[in-house]
Ligand binder design. Structure first.
Ligand SMILES: [Zn+2]
Length: 156
C-alpha cells in the first residue's frame, strides 16, 4: 500500500458519505487492503452508533473519553450530523457538570464550616464551665475571697 492511511476525520466523513466520490472510492479501496484502517472504520462506526443511541435516549452520562471525542469531532468538522448531535448533547453535558460543581461547593462549605462551628461552641462551653469550676473551687489560703464566702455559708 503506497497510499496514505485516511485520517480519523476522513474515516468519519467516509462513513457519513460526505467525501467526494473519488476520495470515498479511494478510501474504500484502501480499507479493503488495510486491516488497521478497517478496524479504525469499525471503531468510528460503533462510536457513531453509540452517539446516535445516546442522543435518542437523552442519557445524562458518557465516558469522559467519549465526551472529549465528541467535542474533537464537533470542532473539526463542517456543519453535519455532529452539530445536531452536539446541540442535543450540550445541555445534557452542561447540566450535570453544573450540578456537580454546585454539589461540590455546597458540600465542601458544609464540611469546612459544620464541624468547625460545632467545635467553637463546645470550646466556648468548655472554657465557660471551667471558669465556673475555678470560681466555685476553694482556692489556696492566700486568696481571702472564697474563704469569706465559705464562712458566710457556714454562719447562715
Ligand atoms: Zn490504512
Amino acid at each position: 500500500m503506497s497510499e496514505m492511511h485516511p485520517t480519523p476525520d476522513e474515516l468519519v466523513d467516509y462513513l457519513h458519505g460526505e467525501l467526494p466520490a473519488a476520495r470515498s472510492a479511494a478510501i474504500a479501496a484502501h480499507i479493503a487492503g488495510c486491516p488497521e484502517c478497517a478496524d479504525a472504520r469499525d471503531a468510528e462506526a460503533s462510536l457513531t452508533n453509540v452517539l446516535r443511541a445516546h442522543a435518542l435516549a437523552q442519557e445524562r452520562e458518557l465516558p469522559p473519553a467519549v465526551v472529549s471525542r465528541i467535542w474533537e469531532q464537533v470542532r473539526s468538522r463542517p456543519p453535519s450530523i455532529w452539530d445536531r448531535l452536539s446541540a442535543a448533547l450540550r445541555p445534557a453535558i452542561a447540566v450535570p457538570v453544573a450540578i456537580a460543581i454546585a454539589a461540590f461547593l455546597f458540600f465542601s462549605i458544609k464540611v469546612a464550616h459544620g464541624p468547625a462551628h460545632a467545635a467553637t461552641i463546645s470550646a466556648a462551653y468548655y472554657v465557660e464551665s471551667h471558669a465556673t469550676l475555678d470560681a466555685a473551687t476553694p482556692l489556696s489560703e492566700d486568696d481571702p475571697i472564697p474563704q469569706t464566702l465559705a464562712n458566710d455559708e457556714k454562719t447562715r
